[in-house]
Design a protein around this ligand. Structure first.
Ligand code: ADP
Ligand code: MG
Length: 683
């Protein structure tokens, strides 16, 4: 009966209903799912002299004086209380009802804080009768997220009333008995009741565990159902796993694949040749060699008669992929025809390219968001690769794969994420991980410096340039700004050019330049005609110039950890020793902490996990817009063990034969959940 409006609760009128709506609470069920954000423990009362003045006081005392009401509209009520050692003042606001509830000479328990103004005044404490409080000692008071118009006590009361509306059908058990037993799960109903009113720590723990388990379980079960559905689609899109073509494409590469790369290629080809629709995430740290995996997969798709497409987040990267892939492909006897489509091309060029794509004069297409427009129509699209996936939303991925039928999808990401989060973010994708970097790579050496050490850093850069290597210097801004105190590319470029004019060629690069200009500078940098590139983060992802061995990041604290790690990934791409210098220009603790993390570790996985803790996944992956699953109580950082339990339970249920009735209950619950959450996700 809890699916009904909160207005059915006695005492809840239009106004309260409106307040609740601000918290997204409409039904009684919604109200009951408004879980506490934390708890206060009901502690045993102490003497007045024992109270630590900054903490909440719990005092058993006797009223010495009748309450007096003063102030405008008699809004202030005061009295004195004593524990027979000390006497203190007590003050309440807007509480005329007190006159009827407390009496001189009686003892009560007072819970509240001492006034900041007067150290011997207890301010607006909650009052309990001795009996009432005695029963609560050791249990917890829930603290809720609130909105104007409803204070915590009111919320507590509302929820208490709401709980009375629960009947047999509400929060009914949907998990098979063997799962409840195996993972020692509390019942759902008790958990809902107890989470709002836990009698002790273990009861709180058990209810939290059960509710978090439900959050993860339903999500994972839904993901599994979707995956099973996908696996059942018998696709005609079969890319042959031909050893001949595989050897052929490998033979034009200037290096041998690492064993990690070989394994990942194998996993992809197994998928694509199996008659199911591939949906795979390839994750590998910056510089681990993902591009070539995309290239091989595309080539194999083309050899089976399909077109393939790669989407990247920036034009610089599109150009680079186009160049390097064409370079390799052109060494083949009959190279596939490769094309590029980006936003900066002219309308005419666009139209021409659309035509070529539709008529299949292009086999492999590389492009930016420009690929997503309706005019891009393929004749026979077989494979979509999204590079730097974390820069795109879920929907952009599907827009592209919807341009063909049963299209294989590979997404590549250099932002390594914990497995828990990978499943949460990418749902039913299979995951391939490139664990190792190509042989002979030396770890990048890091230095976090302050402005005082800049000259030293410049000397080091110069040393590298004298060895014939190249450098990047990154500034947060393009040009000077009145409001922001940070280095800008234009002024910095001039400064560095003056400083090093004898020894090297300096150029600047930033997002506001014309595309042609950017391309020109990038290709001169690749050709070693430029020694130092002073740039914004336009080069953040993907750019590959192995001869660059030093990167210096100005105002490093202004960048997120993931960005800093990506920037550092621009060096250390060959067998040469590389260096990353992070200039810290703020002495705030968070700046220090952040840069300490990046300075002490080259491990992208570790950095991503720290970043998650510092910033949360919403900001990190732009999840807010992409409709992430909503975990009510489960905590994706700290509830890993519960996540694993839920995962195990899902697998167990899929293997085990469960009875008709149990299955029925389970399916009903999961279907409801999917209806609510997966419409948004559209996996
Ligand atoms: P990322 O994973 O960051 O996309 P790239 O694909 O750009 O990495 O590869 C980084 C560099 O390593 C490129 O210059 C690429 O040519 C080179 N590379 C890739 N695989 C190998 C390999 N097996 N051996 C040597 N160099 C490799
Ligand atoms: Mg890359």
């Amino acid at each position: 009966m809890t699916e009904i409006s909160v207005k059915n609760i006695k005492g809840v009128g239009e106004k309260t209903a409106q307040y609740l709506e601000k918290l997204d609470i409409r039904t009684i069920k919604g109200l009951l799912k408004h879980y506490p954000v934390r708890y206060l423990e009901y502690k045993a009362p102490t003497k007045i002299s024992e109270v630590n003045k900054d903490e909440e006081a719990v005092i058993k005392a006797t009223i010495v004086k009748n309450i007096s009401f003063t102030g405008q509209n008699r809004k202030i009520s005061t009295t004195k209380i004593t524990d027979y050692i000390d006497v203190i003042d007590v003050i309440w606001y807007n509480s005329p009802y007190l006159r009827a509830t407390i009496k001189q000479g009686e003892s009560y328990v007072f819970v509240g804080k001492f006034s900041k103004r007067s150290k011997s005044t207890l301010e607006h404490p909650i009052i309990y009768t001795l009996d009432e409080y005695e029963k609560k000692i050791g249990s917890f008071k829930p603290v809720y997220a609130l909105t104007a118009g409803i204070n915590n006590n009111a919320m507590e009361k509302l929820i208490k009333s709401g709980l009375e509306y629960i009947d047999e059908d509400d929060f009914a058990e949907y998990l098979p008995a063997f799962v409840l037993e195996k993972f020692s799960l509390e019942s759902r109903l008790n958990s809902i009741k107890n989470i709002h009113n836990p009698l002790n720590t273990s009861c709180l723990f058990e209810s939290k565990k059960r509710l978090a388990f439900d959050d993860f379980f339903r999500f994972l079960y839904g993901v599994k159902l979707l995956k099973n559905k996908r696996l059942k689609v018998k696709s005609k899109n079969i890319v042959a796993k031909s050893t001949e073509y595989l050897e052929e494409i490998k033979s034009v590469l200037p290096f041998k694949l690492t064993s990690s790369q070989d394994r990942v290629v194998d996993e992809i080809l197994d998928d694509m040749s199996s008659g199911i629709v591939t949906n795979r995430l390839v994750q590998g740290d910056v510089g681990s060699g993902k591009t070539v995996i995309a290239l091989i997969s595309l080539y194999m798709a083309v050899k089976s008669g399909f077109q393939g497409v790669v989407m990247v987040p920036t034009e610089v990267l599109a150009k680079q992929h186009f160049k390097s892939m064409s370079g390799f492909l052109n060494r083949l006897k009959s190279p596939p025809r490769i094309g590029i489509l980006t936003g900066s091309m002219t309308k005419k060029e666009h139209l021409l390219m659309y035509e070529k794509i539709e008529s299949r004069e292009i086999d492999i297409l590389i492009g930016t968001h420009a690929l997503l427009v309706e005019n891009v129509k393929f004749k026979n699209l077989g494979l979509v690769v999204t590079d730097e996936q974390h820069r795109f939303g879920v929907r952009q991925r599907t827009t592209l794969s919807d341009k063909g039928e049963n299209v294989h999808v590979l997404v590549m990401s250099a932002t390594p994420i914990p497995r828990t989060l990978a499943i949460i973010l990418y749902g039913d994708l299979d995951i391939s991980t490139i664990e190792s970097k190509p042989m002979g790579r030396l770890p990048v050496k890091n230095a976090v410096i302050t402005e005082n050490d800049r000259e030293k850093a410049y000397r080091h850069i110069l040393l590298e340039i004298k060895k014939g290597h190249q450098a990047y210097i990154i500034c947060p801004m393009v040009e000077e700004s009145e409001n922001i105190e940070a280095e800008n590319v234009l002024d910095y470029g001039k400064k560095i050019a003056d400083k090093f004019s004898q020894n090297c060629k300096v150029e600047v690069l930033h997002g506001r330049m014309q595309q042609k200009e950017k391309d020109d500078i990038m290709s001169r940098y690749v050709n070693k005609e430029i020694d130092i590139l002073v740039s914004t983060t336009v080069i953040e992802v993907g750019v590959d110039v192995p001869n660059a061995t030093v990167i210096m990041v100005e105002n490093a604290e202004r960048f997120g950890l993931a960005t800093l790690h990506q920037l550092r990934g621009r060096v250390g791409r060959s067998e040469l020793q590389s260096y990353a210098i992070f200039v810290r220009t703020s002495s705030s603790n968070i700046a220090k902490k952040r840069l300490e993390i990046i300075g002490n570790s080259n491990d992208g996985f570790y950095i991503a996990s720290r970043d998650l803790v510092l910033r949360g996944p919403g900001e990190l992956f732009g999840l807010a817009q992409s409709g992430e699953p909503d975990f009510g109580i489960a905590d994706i950082y700290n509830d890993n063990d519960i996540f694993e339990m839920a995962k195990e339970a899902v697998d167990m249920i899929q293997c085990e034969d469960i009875g008709y009735e149990e299955n029925e209950k389970l399916e009903r619950e999961i279907n409801n959940y999917m209806d609510l959450h997966y419409k948004k996700l559209a996996l």
